[in-house]
Ligand binder design. Structure first.
Ligand code: CA
Length: 362
């Protein structure tokens, strides 16, 4: 009898494709392996919107995995400085990081395309390009040599042009302007005769207050109110020509990700996708009430960039993007991919989103 029972167990195991070589059934379930990850970010701990995205991501992953993957979130400077997140995750000091691809343009010039392109895609279009237009595949190709797997994990929607202590009446006013503006927007400001710098968010208030910079872009009313920029700047300009739909990123150390079983990999992927959409929902819900508070309570002067400045910046943006694309074949492929995608989404959005925005104003 015993022989028959053991033989039957063997057949059942083989039939189920089980990989176990034991012919006797195990007495109890083997405890599942648990994983502990460190998540480093470029934002102050728990900063509204940007900083809450990695916190929510970590909570969702822990809940969905029933505690099998626990992720501890570190704010900028708690484990590594904001602008060292990329290296920390690349080297495996932390398994995962949250930030923005364009912070790494010194290392990877093409990284800017995966955050935002001046006068380029809005949030909806950026998500479409990344997830259905080949963008994410290109992004993974670019980060591959750095041992990193990127995921889209947040989008702020169209930003504001920024906070200025100098009125911008013409392109001449950009000459000599010291402005914190990362990515391709920064290249454009430099080309217009300004001095573009990148400073982490947490240091911007002091930089404006002490006059180290004359202007800074950050995000939009909801985030900018939290930093208190209205206390150190006179004018709040729109529109955010430089960041019409910037994507935030989660970067994961390749070995750490590949070391996860498939179900946990899926949980990470889906939680990143949820964080990506959730941030846009939050900003869309909260920006206007923050703007009202900035204007009505704090007397902020909201100004539109003059049309000839917009036209001037647009012309320079095309030059900057084309020159960057000419650096190497890979960058050219990325630039062309995003350009082709923008052309087709613009064509359809002319009779959908744009036509509808115009229609509802009537
Ligand atoms: Ca920004």
């Amino acid at each position: 009898m015993r022989f028959i029972s053991v033989a039957l167990t063997c057949i059942l195991l083989i039939g189920c494709g089980g990989e176990t070589t034991s012919s006797t059934p195990t007495a109890g379930a083997v405890p599942e392996q648990t994983y502990q990850w460190k998540l480093v970010t470029t934002w102050p701990k728990n900063f509204p919107g940007l900083g809450l995205a990695p916190e929510n991501f970590a909570k969702n992953v822990e809940r969905m995995s029933n505690g099998r993957l626990k992720i501890k979130v570190y704010g900028a400077g708690q484990m590594v400085p904001a602008l060292e997140v990329f290296d920390a995750v690349s080297q495996g000091t932390a398994e995962i990081g949250h930030g923005a691809a364009y912070y790494w343009k010194g290392k990877i010039p093409a990284s800017v395309f995966f955050t935002s392109v001046p006068f380029g895609l809005n949030a909806q279009e950026m998500n479409a390009w990344l997830h259905y237009g080949g963008g994410l595949e290109l992004w993974r190709e670019v980060y591959e040599p750095f041992n990193l797997i990127p995921f889209a994990a947040g989008n702020t929607g169209v930003q504001m042009a920024g906070w200025f202590n100098r009125e911008i009446k013409s392109m001449e006013d950009i000459r000599g302007l010291r402005m914190r503006i990362p990515g391709l927007g920064g290249e454009v400001i430099s080309r217009a005769g300004g001095l573009a710098v990148n400073i982490p968010g947490g240091e911007l208030y002091t930089s404006m207050q002490t006059g180290v910079i004359d202007a800074t872009e950050w995000v939009g009313p909801y985030n900018d109110l939290a930093f208190g920029f209205h206390q150190v700047a006179k004018y709040y300009y729109y529109p955010g020509w430089h960041e019409p739909g910037p994507t935030l990123e989660l970067i994961i150390n390749k070995q750490a990700y590949e070391g996860l079983p498939e179900d946990l990999q899926s949980i990470v992927e889906v939680a990143a996708r949820a964080a990506n959409q959730d941030m846009l929902d939050e900003y869309t819900a909260r920006n206007n009430s923050a703007l009202v508070e900035l204007v009505e309570t704090h007397g902020v002067q909201v100004k539109k960039l003059p049309d000839d400045v917009i036209t001037g910046l647009q012309k320079l943006s095309v030059e900057v993007i084309e020159e960057l694309a000419d650096r190497d074949p890979q960058t050219r492929r990325i630039a062309d991919s995003i350009k082709a995608f923008a052309a087709q989404s613009k064509a359809y959005h002319a009779i959908s989103e744009e036509a509808y925005y115009n229609a509802r104003e009537k």
